[in-house]
Design a protein around this ligand. Structure first.
Ligand code: ZN
Length: 232
């Protein structure tokens, strides 16, 4: 598969369908940029399309992504079927691959949301490597996990593991994989002083989960400022 001709490789990122991954990743990143999630080239997004993994490149302004900027990897061989000539693959790639492989994800999102970072700092101050919160309606926007059905309920506690940051993004891979194994139902992992990795079975589930989490993180920070507890 690594011997694709140039027209075959270009066909992978050429579609008039706005929901084709080559188009959809750019649209998602523009949306995420407006939330401050992928500012200053940080963060990223990836979509699985059959046996093809579409990945935004590294170090580019995420709100300006074009379909021709996308990397396409063969899920089975892990070889690139298409590489934009002047761009580098995202440092998030091994982390996204962990969610595809371990969780059969259909879409992965990585943000540098300030609310996510602040929550990890508050947990650090409390000596905790798990963010926990309960009795908020928006918790119902979070999938319950692969061993359960549907989403969490109002009376369920939301718990998200936090891993420690590393100097290089790709070096988070081992601790992210460990967190995925230790927490079989989590659909996200926070990275201390850095941001969050979120995945879902498809774009809609990953995106709505990411939005619900960011809402909850913002609320958690404001609750803390007001002296309100996250759990009973
Ligand atoms: Zn990052």
């Amino acid at each position: 598969m690594s011997t694709l001709s140039n027209p075959e490789a270009e066909a992978l990122v050429t579609s008039t369908d706005p929901h084709h991954p080559a188009n959809h990743i750019g649209e998602l990143c523009r949306n995420f940029y407006s939330h401050g999630w992928v500012t200053g080239t940080g963060g990223g997004a990836s979509i699985r399309h059959g046996d093809h993994i579409y990945l935004a490149p590294s170090g580019v302004q995420k709100e300006l992504l074009r379909p021709t900027d996308m990397f396409v990897m063969d899920y089975k061989t892990k070889e690139y079927l298409r590489k934009p000539p002047v761009l580098k693959p995202s440092a998030c790639t091994p982390l996204f691959m962990a969610a595809y492989t371990e969780r059969n994800a259909g879409c992965c999102i990585h943000t540098h949301s300030q609310w996510a970072v602040l929550v990890t700092l508050l947990c650090e101050q409390a000596g905790s490597d798990v963010f926990e919160i309960e009795r908020l309606e928006q918790i119902k926007g979070i999938p319950a996990g692969p061993t359960k059905q549907g989403n969490l309920g109002y009376f369920d506690k939301l718990r998200i593991p936090i891993i420690e940051n590393t100097a290089h993004e790709e070096d988070l891979k081992d601790s992210l994989e460990q967190a995925i194994k230790t927490w079989p139902d989590t659909g996200s992992v926070l990275v201390r002083r850095h941001g969050i990795y979120v995945w879902g079975k498809d774009v809609a589930q990953a995106k709505t989960q990411c939005e619900s989490l960011d809402y909850i993180f913002q609320l958690a920070v404001e609750m803390h400022k007001l002296g309100l507890k996250w759990t009973q």
